[in-house]
Design a protein around this ligand. Structure first.
Ligand SMILES: CC(C)=CCC/C(C)=C/CC/C(C)=C/CC/C(C)=C/CC/C(C)=C/CC/C(C)=C/CC/C(C)=C/COP(=O)(O)OP(=O)(O)O
Ligand SMILES: O=P(O)(O)OC[C@@H](O)CO
Ligand SMILES: [Mg+2]
Length: 222
C-alpha cells in the first residue's frame, strides 16, 4: 500500500484531535493515513479513530502494535518487526505467537511486514522494543542484510520524535537496491520534508500534527 505513497500522516489513537483538525489532515493532499502508536492503544480508541477517518476518502492502514486492538475495516494492516532489537520477540517472536492464535483470520493480501531500524534511542518505540543502538558505520550492514538477504519489502528508518541525520539517510539510499525506504521522525517543515524525501520513497509525519496542524500540512510535498 505504501509503494505509491510519497507522504503519509501517522495518527496516534491515544492522542486527541478535533474534528476540524482531523478533517484538515484527511482532506489534505497526503497519500494515506496510518493509525498507530506505541502506548495506550486500545480496541476502543482504534475503532473510534478509524470510524472518524473513514468519513473521508483517504486510504487508511492500521499499524498493529497490540493484538488486543486489531479492528476490521482498514484498507491495509502493517506488522512492525524491529531489526535492531536485543530481544527477537520484537522482530518475530510476538508475531509468531499472534499468528499461532489468530493466523486463521488473516488475509495475507491485506497485511504487510513493516521492518524497522529504530535510530532514536530516546523514543518510546526504541525503549519498548528493547532497541540496540545502531552506530553510523553499521547502517550499511543493516541495509544490506534487510534489502539483499531478507529482501524485505520495506525498510522503515525510524527517528520518532526527533529529526534524523541526513547523512545516515544518504547511506541508506546509496546501499538499498529493492526495499522501499520509509523515513519517519521529527519532520516539522517543508524544508525538512524535502530533505528527507531525497533519500526515502515515503516520508511519515506524526507528532507535529498534535502541535500544529498548519505546520503539519506544510510538510506535504508533491
Ligand atoms: C482484521 C484482521 C487483520 C485480523 C487479524 C487478526 C490478528 C489479531 C492478527 C495478528 C497480527 C499479528 C501477527 C500481530 C503482531 C502484533 C505485534 C504484537 C507486533 C509487535 C509490535 C512491535 C514490534 C512494537 C514495538 C514498538 C513499535 C515498533 C511501534 C511502531 C509504531 C511507532 C514507532 C510509533 C511511534 O511511536 P509513538 O507512540 O508515536 O511515540 P510518541 O508518543 O513518542 O510520539
Ligand atoms: O512522530 P514523528 O516524529 O513525526 O515520527 C513519525 C513516525 O515515524 C512515528 O512512527
Ligand atoms: Mg508519535
Amino acid at each position: 500500500m505504501l509503494k505509491d505513497c510519497k507522504h503519509v500522516f501517522k495518527l496516534d489513537p491515544a492522542k486527541e484531535i478535533s474534528d476540524q483538525d482531523l478533517a484538515a489532515i484527511c482532506e489534505s493532499e497526503t497519500d494515506a493515513i496510518i493509525i498507530g502508536g506505541t502506548d495506550d492503544i486500545t480496541e476502543d480508541n482504534v475503532l473510534n479513530l478509524m470510524a472518524r477517518v473513514r468519513r473521508f476518502s483517504v486510504p487508511v492502514a492500521l499499524e498493529i502494535t497490540s493484538t488486543d486492538a486489531v479492528v476490521p475495516g482498514f484498507d491495509h494492516y502493517f506488522i512492525p518487526a524491529v531489526f535492531n532489537t536485543a530481544d527477537m520477540k520484537w522482530q518475530h517472536g510476538l508475531m509468531l505467537e499472534a499468528l499461532a492464535e489468530y493466523g486463521h483470520l488473516l488475509d495475507y493480501d491485506e497485511v504487510s511486514l513493516l521492518p524497522y531500524i529504530i535510530m532514536n534511542p530516546e523514543c518510546k518505540a526504541f525503549r519498548k522494543a528493547e532497541g540496540k543502538v545502531v552506530a553510523p558505520e553499521m547502517v550499511t550492514h543493516y541495509i544490506n542484510m534487510m534489502d539483499k538477504l531478507y529482501r524485505t519489502p520495506y525498510i522503515y528508518i525510524e527517528y520518532s520524535g526527533t529529526y534524523g541525520d541526513p547523512e545516515v539517510m544518504r547511506t541508506v539510499q546509496e546501499n538499498v537496491s529493492q526495499s522501499h525506504v520509509i523515513y519517519g521522525g521529527g519532520i516539522t517543515s517543508k524544508e525538512e520534508a524535502k530533505e528527507m524525501a531525497q533519500y526515502a520513497d515515503t516520508i511519515v509525519v506524526g507528532n507535529i500534527i498534535y502541535d500544529s496542524v498548519k505546520k503539519a500540512l506544510r510538510t506535504i510535498i508533491k
